[in-house]
Design a protein around this ligand. Structure first.
Ligand code: SAH
Length: 227
């Protein structure tokens, strides 16, 4: 994919962030059970070190969550890959995806390599602004961003073939379920902050939703309202 290739070429060969370091992360994700080769390729191509503060860049290809300011974190690469793989593995072609919780923009940039159009909402305005600048610099043009409380989803562009939520609510917001296309999937961590959260997957069917439980996870809480 041209977009991905450009990203790789622009940032190749700079020490800790070299292609070899990134390949090591990809191999690790494969060992941990990520099978979708397009997802692995997207992780190889998207320069995660540009989604964290420069002081943390040397740790960007470790398989850990890292702080991004405002009390938030960029998700662990394994979880990003797992959620993306789950989202894409249904029966329908996934063209339009909504993400709730833009944060650093990394998950959205991964999705942007794999689907036609990504919509992402974030409640913390400065994070959204930073993500916007990153996408611009990287030449990623198929992500549309909005400053909003994502528990309402983004009705203007619904229905979505997939919805990924990267902050944990205590219960699944109904608006998100309603904005799913038939056959579409919602991948969402659910549970109290600090307690056990479960990554759940809802698939919209003719007569309702099929629910599967994927992993135990630890996400920042979904918070109402914008700042
Ligand atoms: N996907 C992000 C992960 C960021 S952490 C990444 O790849 O970096 C989760 C993000 O969800 C935080 O930035 C937090 O501000 C945001 N968030 C929490 N509650 C939200 C809500 N109700 N609506 C929109 N964003 C929310």
């Amino acid at each position: 994919m041209l977009k991905a290739t450009n990203m790789t070429v622009n940032h190749r060969g700079i020490g800790m962030t070299s292609q070899r370091t990134r390949d090591r992360l990809v191999n690790r994700l494969r060992d941990e059970g990520i099978k979708n080769t397009s997802v692995l390729q997207a992780v190889r191509d998207v320069p995660r070190h540009l989604f964290v503060d420069e002081a943390l860049a040397s740790r960007a290809y470790e398989d850990t969550a890292l702080p991004i300011g405002h009390g938030q974190t960029i998700s662990q690469p394994f979880i990003v890959a797992r959620m993306t793989e789950a989202l894409l593995s249904g029966g329908i072609q996934i063209k339009k995806v909504l993400e709730v919780g833009t944060g650093s923009g990394y998950q959205a940039a991964i999705l942007a390599q794999l689907v036609e159009k990504v919509f992402s909402v974030e409640r913390i305005e400065p994070l959204l602004q930073q993500a916007r600048e990153r996408f611009f610099k990287l030449g990623v043009r198929n992500i549309r961003l909005k400053h909003s409380d994502g528990s309402w989803g983004w009705p203007d562009y619904a229905p979505y073939d997939g919805i990924i939520v990267t902050a944990a609510p205590e219960a699944v917001p109904n608006d998100l379920l309603e904005q799913l296309a038939l056959g579409g999937r919602l991948v969402i961590p659910v549970g109290a902050s600090g307690g056990v959260q479960i990554l759940k997957m809802y698939t919209r069917t003719n007569d309702g939703y099929e629910i599967e439980e994927l992993n135990a996870v630890s996400f920042v809480p979904m918070i109402k309202g914008g700042v």
